[in-house]
Design a protein around this ligand. Structure first.
Ligand code: CAA
Length: 445
């Protein structure tokens, strides 16, 4: 069977940076380590005054098309995943196509365009749609452009405020991909939950602590479902495990849960038995409560073992390096985790061709999806072409007062004029609103 997967990706970060320790914590009178150690975040990215989900998505897609030498005729569908859309009818993909048509002679009139919504998991669902479209033989030799773009803002003063972020990831899905092949096997954990939602409002209503429990419960269900089709997983099976990363501290919890699940009944559990005992089995307990308490005790002990710490440092920690600097990108979040892991492999000069990733996506509301990916021969060239580190370094560092203005500027209920902090250079910018209140965009050379 011909491989189908991600051929290339490009990342576009919002051009402003809010330093969480120096600026945010200082203003709130909080210990900076709550952010840097507890949540595991150093900074958030924000869109400049001339940026939004369309410009970030279009700029990422433009870079991708230029680098891969593509024209609109090569693209058969454009799927945008976002939970920050500003229109209940016209999809963001039409705006992004409109931007791109400003810089290409051809148009996208024969490309199928859509918008996917299921909180942060929609980016992965769009990859699935593209994969299925190609597998079904409906693509006429063309590729799919998947864009995950979000401005993850919380209401001022919400505990989620520290986890904000903004950016876009554009991915090209093709046959014989250069970056990763997607597995046919998938596992789902899905349930009707009210952990995080935006009922016709821009900023989320969040039950923060519960959202973390729901994330872990759905992720665990998805892993079990994945194993039911792909066979048992083992910690040594995967070079990296990129998870949806609302903040790195969440992934710390998911990594531990995943490791415990994967070592159950294996030689790793046996090896650790002298040091921390064997994993509690539910049938050994009279009630669920005492079983859960025993599991929590085992997890606390497992967390401190050398085996776990070494595995986490090698397989999960490298996925977090971009996220730490940019915050939560919702639909793009798991995709920057993949990019960070592959960048790390390149920095370490590791040859990971043929190695596998286990990718854990999550969207509140709630659904987790687990699939595997196989790293392809062209990965190194693709990863070397990314300039995300440079973009992160070049962001304009905003003061707290500037942050307040930027938050207001992107608040849909306010119309605040704000001069841009950065100079657009070869990029799409928000230009204003048209006669029907539609957003308009220009390309600035
Ligand atoms: N030094 C070191 N660590 C510290 C510290 C200090 N001075 N102060 C606090 N910490 C630690 C805490 O112990 C805690 O770590 P543990 O969970 O490991 O115990 C961590 O820092 C965070 O501290 P709090 O729990 O006190 O933080 P909080 O209550 O203010 O907010 C939050 C945390 C609830 C996650 C909040 O950021 C939030 O609501 N975020 C939005 C929702 C979210 O991201 N949920 C994640 C799952 S849902 C999802 O993934 C979808 C999505 O993208 C939104």
């Amino acid at each position: 069977m011909t491989a189908v997967g991600i051929d290339a990706m490009e990342i576009w970060t919002g051009k402003l940076k809010l330093d969480l320790a120096e600026t945010f914590a200082a203003e709130k009178g909080e210990d900076p380590e709550k952010y840097t150690k507890g949540l595991g975040l150093f900074a958030s990215s924000f869109p400049d005054a001339h940026e939004d989900i369309v410009t970030m998505g279009a700029n990422a897609a433009h870079r991708l098309m230029e680098r891969k030498g593509l024209t609109p005729a090569d693209i058969g569908r454009i799927d945008v995943a976002t939970e920050s859309a500003f229109d209940n009818s016209k999809p963001v993909s039409t705006y992004i196509a409109g931007c791109l048509e400003q810089v290409y002679e051809e148009d996208f009139h024969h490309a199928n365009k859509g918008e996917r919504k299921f909180a942060c998991i929609a980016g992965t669902q769009s990859l699935d749609d593209a994969y299925n479209w190609i597998r079904a033989g409906r693509n006429r030799g063309r590729s799919a452009l998947v864009v995950a773009t979000d401005t993850a803002l919380y209401a001022r003063g919400d505990p989620g405020e520290a986890t904000q972020g903004a950016g876009a990831v554009a991915m090209l899905v093709t046959e014989d991909p250069d970056l990763v092949e997607l597995s046919t096997e998938q596992g789902y954990g899905s349930a009707d939950e009210t952990d995080f939602l935006k009922p016709n409002q821009q900023f989320p209503s969040v039950d923060g602590k519960r959202s973390m429990q729901v994330y872990l419960a759905r992720m665990r269900e998805a892993l079990e479902d994945f194993e039911s089709v792909a066979g048992d997983t083992h910690p040594d099976d995967f070079a990296f495990i990129p998870y949806h990363t609302p903040f790195p501290g969440m992934v710390r919890k998911a990594g531990l849960l995943g490791y415990r699940h994967m070592i159950r009944g294996t030689e790793v559990e046996d090896e650790l038995a002298d040091e921390i005992g064997r994993q509690p089995r539910e049938e050994e307990f009279d009630d669920r409560e005492s079983y859960e308490e025993a599991i929590r005790g085992y997890m606390d002990d497992l967390k401190s073992t050398d085996q776990y710490r070494e595995w986490y440092a090698e397989v999960v920690e490298p996925t977090l390096s971009i996220s730490r600097e940019v915050g939560n990108w919702y639909t793009g979040s798991v995709h920057i985790a993949r990019a960070a892991a592959l960048q790390y492999a390149a920095e370490e000069d590791r040859d990971v061709t043929g190695d596998r990733l286990l990718v854990g996506s999550y969207g509140s509301g709630a659904q987790a999806e687990i699939h595997a990916e196989t790293i392809q021969e062209g990965w190194r060239e693709e990863v070397d072409a990314l300039n995300v580190d440079e973009q992160i370094r070049n962001r304009y560092d905003i003061s707290f007062e500037e942050y307040e203005q930027v938050h207001d500027r992107h608040n849909h209920d306010k119309s605040v004029e704000l001069a841009a902090f950065t100079e657009p250079d070869g990029e799409f910018v928000f230009a204003g609103r048209g006669a029907m209140d539609e957003r308009t965009y220009d390309y600035v050379e």
